[in-house]
Design a protein around this ligand. Structure first.
Ligand SMILES: [Ca+2]
Ligand SMILES: [Ca+2]
Ligand SMILES: [Ca+2]
Length: 451
């Protein structure tokens, strides 16, 4: 009986493979445009206003050159057709030499999306910096290049940006993250961070929005170390052990008070993966720094290149996914650090006590059985859907139970041959235990597929 059921299951599986390969994705259209570089600074929204999506993108030239590339606008119709609408959508000819982070929000309050692109400029000596780009929607349906109105209008080494409605007044505002404060020639001294003794130096700042897309420079409502990346209290200056130098940034409400909080990803000379500054309820961030755990490449060796706030475990509290690489060897390797938010908001004294638990460190290495289970889940989600899983060990079986499919995968030693075998139990085997083969043979396939 088990042999017959196994044969049935194996007949079903190739059909499933064929189905997955042929019907899940198709190429809808292709578009070739002239662009000698890499696109990095993305913004996806209905910029045209017809229900389609348009991808705005900045980028950088490759091979590396100190020259600008235009912001491109690629429309993706509902049918999947692609078209380059840069010339008709964008009023002006904005370009950047290293567009790195795109941000979409309705900055001018007309109900249509606008676009901000952060750029740090040519990434080699003398690191000249770059202007930031702002495209605002107009009554004529175009996006107008309003970059010259951004304050300060100076070339800056900006690695990240984030936007959110910080005061909950319907006016999205911007955080502009600068990696390594630096002196900018002829910068108006009014932009000097409060903590810096050196006029002309500039660190991260906020751009406050009057509701019409006109921004006011503000570095007074950020913590001093965020507005200036060096501790000038010692000679020579030293970088802070947490941002400080800001490589990545994001806004999300981490403590559930409704106000977006500021999340900063740190640089490779810092002891922590980054920091959180909780919104003071007025859109300001001169609040107590909450340091995240050390990054996965270790203290003083982790660069957190991107931050994705996301409720990983579905408990309603926003968690953090941090994309990281090494400082030494420089940019070698990549890891995702998942930080689960264990907080429960604010105490009666309004003291934030959100705590992030590093789940990467607590995850055991996958067993051979886990690797095979993961592989089968990816191949046959219709039989073993990974969305809802219980796992454990019982009666010598190491198993996963899939309630959505009323099915089990399990491994156990065959007492006759002492070989570890892979078993399935569920509707596809008539709800009888079915032997799928040896774990070793499946492990070869799983490893070959990257599991
Ligand atoms: Ca707008
Ligand atoms: Ca908050
Ligand atoms: Ca969560």
């Amino acid at each position: 009986m088990p042999h017959r059921i196994a044969a049935l299951l194996l007949c079903l599986l190739p059909a499933a493979v064929a189905s997955a390969a042929s019907s899940n994705f198709r190429t809808a259209s292709t578009l070739q445009i002239a662009y000698e570089g890499a696109m990095l600074s993305f913004g996806l929204a209905d910029f045209v206003g017809d229900g389609s999506k348009t991808l705005l993108a900045g980028g950088f030239p490759w091979p590396l050159l100190d020259q600008t590339l235009p912001i491109k606008a690629i429309k993706i119709s509902r049918a999947g057709a692609l078209s380059d609408i840069s010339a008709t959508l964008i009023d002006g000819s904005p370009g950047q030499s290293w567009g790195r982070r795109g941000v979409v929000a309705d900055f001018n309050g007309d109900g249509r999306p606008d676009f901000f692109s952060a750029s740090h400029g040519y990434d080699a000596a003398p690191f000249p910096g770059d202007y930031q780009t702002l495209l605002l929607s107009q009554a004529n349906g175009k996006l107008k290049d309003e970059s010259a109105s951004l304050l300060p209008h100076a070339k800056q080494f900006v690695h990240s940006a984030a936007a959110a409605d910080l005061k909950r007044n319907g006016r999205p505002e911007l955080f502009v993250g600068i990696l390594n404060s630096r002196k900018i020639d002829s910068l108006d001294p009014s932009y000097t961070p409060p903590s810096s003794p050196q006029p002309g130096w500039l660190g991260a700042y906020l751009l406050r929005n009057d509701g019409s897309g006109h921004f006011t420079f503000d570095n007074k409502t950020l913590a001093d170390k965020v507005t200036f990346s060096y501790n000038t209290g010692v000679n020579p200056w030293v970088g802070w052990d947490s941002p400080g130098s800001v490589v990545s940034s994001a806004f999300a409400d981490l403590n559930g008070d409704g106000y977006p909080d500021l999340i900063l990803g740190g640089d490779g000379d810092q002891n922590y993966a980054g920091s959180v500054y909780f919104n003071d309820g007025k859109g300001g961030f001169r609040t107590t720094e909450y340091k995240l755990p050390a990054g996965l490449f270790g203290a003083k060796n982790t660069i957190t290149v991107d931050v994705l706030p996301f409720d990983v475990d579905g408990d309603g509290k926003v968690d953090l996914v941090l994309s990281q690489t090494a400082n030494s060897p420089f940019y070698a390797g990549s890891k995702l650090q998942i930080l689960i938010n264990k907080g429960n908001g604010t105490s009666a004294k309004k003291t934030t006590f959100t705590v992030f638990e590093n789940v990467n460190a607590s995850l055991p290495a996958p067993t051979d059985s886990d690797r095979v289970f993961n592989y089968l889940e990816s191949l046959y989600p219709q039989f073993v859907s990974p969305l809802e899983v219980n796992r454990g060990t019982a009666s010598g079986y190491y198993y996963r139970h899939y309630p959505n499919n009323s099915a089990y995968l399990a491994t156990a030693k065959d007492p006759g041959t002492a070989e570890t075998m892979l078993y399935y139990l569920g509707p596809a085997s008539g709800n009888a235990t079915s032997t799928l083969g040896t774990l070793a043979s499946w492990l070869t396939k799983a490893v070959g597929a990257g599991y």
